[in-house]
Design a protein around this ligand. Structure first.
Ligand code: SF4
Ligand code: SF4
Length: 154
């Protein structure tokens, strides 16, 4: 009780706050001028989902196994393909992803079985805003190319 009273009289909390401010004032500002400057994200950052192709041949990596769609707890992925005569692998026809309800849990990407290149990855893209609900459903081209990001300059 007396301790609290003395703390109030001598403005201990205020002095503590000022000390923290003074301690950090001489240091350079840790501020990025977003969107002109973008901070590098950490290697395991979970951004918007992206489909990958083989970087050397440009061939489809996805084997249309549907495991990602089954793993999603919110049923946000829908995909399908067809098998050309004589081809072992199916061709991916559509891949729809409802970004608006994604919790970025990463389960869909984790179960994707393709090796050494994972067909479905969580990218570094974090700019997810759009002006309509329809634009929040990404189609196959968006899944391969990523969402368009406006590059601003200072
Ligand atoms: S990250 Fe999670 S919520 Fe989002 S699509 Fe994948 S499994 Fe579904
Ligand atoms: S993205 Fe991966 S898990 Fe999903 S259908 Fe393609 S290969 Fe299967």
């Amino acid at each position: 009780m007396l301790r609290d009273l003395l703390k109030k009289i001598f403005l201990v909390d205020l002095v503590k706050g000022l000390w923290i401010t003074l301690k950090y004032t001489p240091q350079p500002a840790f501020t990025f001028q977003y969107p002109a400057e973008r901070r590098q994200v950490s290697p395991r950052f979970r951004g918007v989902l992206r489909l990958q192709v083989d970087p050397e041949s440009g061939a489809q990596v996805c084997i249309v196994c549907d495991q990602c769609a089954k793993a999603c707890p919110d049923d946000l992925l829908s995909l399908g393909g067809h098998r050309e005569p004589g081809m072992k692998l199916k061709a991916l026809d559509y891949f729809d992803f409802n970004l608006s309800r994604c919790s970025f849990c990463g389960l869909c990407s984790e179960v994707c079985p393709t090796k050494p290149i994972k067909a479905l990855v969580m990218s570094e893209d974090y700019e997810l805003g759009s002006y309509s609900r329809a634009a929040q459903v990404l189609r196959i081209d968006d899944m391969y190319d990523g969402l368009p990001i406006t590059q601003y300059t200072r």
